[in-house]
Design a protein around this ligand. Structure first.
Ligand SMILES: [Zn+2]
Ligand SMILES: [Zn+2]
Length: 307
């Protein structure tokens, strides 16, 4: 077992950094298919030595993942992926090495839990009006004790025989502009970064190329994220071609140039693993390019993070 700091979170050992590093993945605590135990065991088999479990808006899987990480002798960073708004756009902010009992984080999770429940209710009402009876109960069953997300509705629609696969469920009913696309007033990015940092964690802007933003908008997002005291950006997320990686690195340079005071954003990486049958986001499939400063440098010394 790794030594722990005063907050009960793991410090990084040489062994933790000796294999594959994956700082973004999902379990059944949110919309992943594997239980935290199965996820950690699969990560170990994939050569991962440092793993962050980052379920959407919940830390409910962390205790179980930590227990299995001790068995597998793998270092597990408690993490989360918080949904937030940048202007009117939804962005995802990963929190790494968070103190999950910190009031700031507990509050951030509670607010999103409420918003997700309200959204699930609204999506179900709309689907039921369209003739898909039993949507809420069906999605809840698939979510288990977790919070219902759109993927649960999609899977229910497949299982109930309404569509042939999840992709179609999104295309016809749940995706942007469809009846199940309910607008949610997620908390703002600035307060989201503050909640993560208030819980002693590092705030990472997840998958910057997946928001459908123009280069100009992306640059503006990075500058705002930097100004909000964000720590790092996912330079690599899942299988990604080198052109995309270079593009993100270029954006980081530009953000640093336009915001000299808060310094440079660090680099993070993760598979965004959800399920075993998606090889483009397999656990441990990611590697940082040379020449970047990795986010784990924040913890290597073992010092508690400065707020
Ligand atoms: Zn995400
Ligand atoms: Zn994710």
């Amino acid at each position: 077992m790794d030594p722990e700091n005063s907050l009960g979170r793991p410090l990084l050992t040489e062994q933790a950094l000796s294999g594959q590093i994956d700082l973004h993945c999902h379990s059944t605590a949110s919309d992943g298919i594997l239980s935290p135990t199965a996820l950690v065991s699969r990560a170990k088999s994939a050569g991962v030595t440092l793993l962050a479990l980052t379920d959407h808006d919940t830390v409910a899987g962390i205790d179980e993942a930590e227990a299995e990480a001790r068995v597998q002798e793998l270092t597990l960073l408690p993490g989360i992926e918080l949904t937030a708004l940048w202007g009117r756009r939804v962005v995802h902010i990963v929190g790494l090495n968070v103190d999950r009992r910190a009031a700031a984080l507990v509050q951030a999770i509670g607010r999103r839990d409420q918003l997700r429940r309200e959204r699930a209710q609204q999506i179900a009402e709309r689907l039921e009006k369209r003739g898909f009876a039993g949507a809420l109960a069906g999605a809840q069953m698939l979510a288990g004790e977790g919070v219902i997300g759109r993927p649960h509705f999609a899977r229910w629609m497949v299982e109930a025989g309404h569509v042939s696969d999840s992709g179609k469920a999104f295309k016809r009913y749940l995706g942007a502009g469809k009846i199940g696309d309910v607008t949610v007033p997620w908390p703002d990015m600035v307060e989201t970064v503050a909640a993560i940092r208030g819980a002693g964690g590092a705030a990472v802007l997840a998958h910057p190329l997946k928001y459908g933003l123009t280069r100009t908008k992306l640059r503006a997002l990075l500058v705002d994220f930097c100004a909000a005291a964000g720590d790092a950006v996912e330079v690599v997320c899942g299988q990604q071609n080198p052109v995309q990686t270079r593009e993100i690195l270029g954006l980081l340079d530009q953000a640093a140039a336009s915001d000299g005071e808060s310094g440079r954003l660090l680099a993070s990486l993760g598979s965004d693993f959800h399920q075993p049958d998606q090889p483009w986001r397999a656990l441990g499939c990611v590697r940082l390019p040379a020449g970047v400063e990795p986010v784990w440098n924040l913890w290597q010394t073992g010092a508690d993070q400065v707020q």
